[in-house]
Design a binder for this molecule. Structure first.
Ligand SMILES: [Zn+2]
Length: 77
């Protein structure tokens, strides 16, 4: 807890690199929400919104993107 917080731009840079190989990459504990949401890997629709410890799920009942139907793998309860 004595180390300085990781700079947002460093997290953003890491997310950009990770997204080249992984799906559903997001950052956490950031003051801005641009990097914390889970976006559809096909169309970019926001699937999971994370803000100040709260999550909001926009997936359809089958766990897929409500716009294009792409499956979002994971456990979303
Ligand atoms: Zn989609």
């Amino acid at each position: 807890m004595i180390a300085p917080a990781t700079k947002t731009e460093h997290i953003a840079s890491a997310i950009k690199v990770f997204k080249e190989s992984l799906v559903n990459v997001y950052g956490g504990n950031l003051p801005v929400s641009d990097f914390m949401d889970t976006l559809c890997r096909s169309c970019g629709t926001r699937l999971i919104a994370r803000t100040h410890g709260k999550t909001q799920n926009f997936l359809n009942g089958e766990g897929s993107c409500p716009q294009c139907g792409t499956k979002a793998y994971g456990v979303y309860a």
